[in-house]
Design a protein around this ligand. Structure first.
Ligand SMILES: C[S@@+](CC[C@H](N)C(=O)[O-])C[C@H]1O[C@@H](n2cnc3c(N)ncnc32)[C@H](O)[C@@H]1O
Length: 231
């Protein structure tokens, strides 16, 4: 069965399209697949890791962006009602699609401790102090869904995120590829860097990576406990 085109929207010159096939959704940006609901294992792990690595029992967690909502759903599940989650989503259409289509498959109703905000994740990071910041806005630390996103992965962007994390806070970044230059910039911004190789689907090899940037060195017990490799 072919994908059915449900809607289209333009954000700052980038075209976002929503498709559906057999109850599964997909978002494309300028024709490139940004998120496919058929494969969400690594997004689920990203949400779980954020919930488990946030050190406070009552954490403040910022997620950018919403996409189809799998990372958010996993995060909420693993927080078990604790803390507060703010989701920053740049595209008004993605938020509308979540309300009308994609979110309905994941949530009966959005929990009270979750807020979805329309805006840029770096700008919204400046409004709080975070136990964890989760970045899954492109396919890795290179702009895809918004030209301005290179600012997020630059030395200045990483320093700005570091300044908004609590002392034992962590920044997690989903990437479809290894990026040694990003790792170097993260280290220069004062982060200790670890990574968790992840598969796209249960029978796949670990093609993707979740970078975990921490303001203090990751204890050895956490490396084992969370499947992290020190870089
Ligand atoms: C790969 S999708 C996220 C997938 C999501 N983790 C999931 O589980 O479905 C990327 C999302 O980030 C949003 N986005 C892109 N740049 C952003 C930014 N600077 N701030 C906030 N959201 C952004 C996109 O509009 C898109 O909805």
């Amino acid at each position: 069965m072919a994908w059915i085109h449900l809607d289209s929207a333009t954000q700052d010159g980038t075209v976002f399209d929503l498709y559906e096939r057999d109850g599964i959704h997909m978002i494309r940006v300028d024709g490139w697949e940004l998120m496919n609901g058929a494969f969400h294992q690594s997004e689920d792990i990203l949400g779980e890791l954020a919930a488990r690595l946030a050190r406070s029992p009552d954490p403040d967690i910022l997620v950018g962006g919403l996409g189809l909502g799998f990372t958010l759903a996993s995060l909420v599940r693993h927080l078990g009602g604790a803390g507060r989650v703010t989701v920053a989503e740049l595209s008004a259409a993605v938020i509308r699609w979540f309300d009308r289509h994609t979110g309905r498959r994941l949530f009966d109703a959005l929990p009270d401790h979750v807020r979805i905000r329309h805006g840029d994740v770096l700008a919204l990071a400046g409004e709080g102090a975070w136990d964890a910041i989760v970045l899954d806005v492109d396919n890795g630390p290179q702009p895809l869904s918004a030209a301005g996103n290179s600012a997020l992965y630059s030395s200045a962007g990483l320093a700005a995120f570091a300044a908004r994390l609590k002392p034992d806070g962590v920044l997690l970044l989903w990437s479809a590829f290894e990026d040694p230059g990003f790792v170097d910039r993260a280290r220069a911004a004062g982060f200790a860097v670890t990574r968790r190789p992840v598969a796209r689907a249960p029978d796949d090899g670990p093609f993707h990576v979740i970078y975990v940037l921490s303001r203090s060195a990751m204890p050895d017990r956490d490396l084992d406990g969370f499947g992290l490799e020190r870089l």
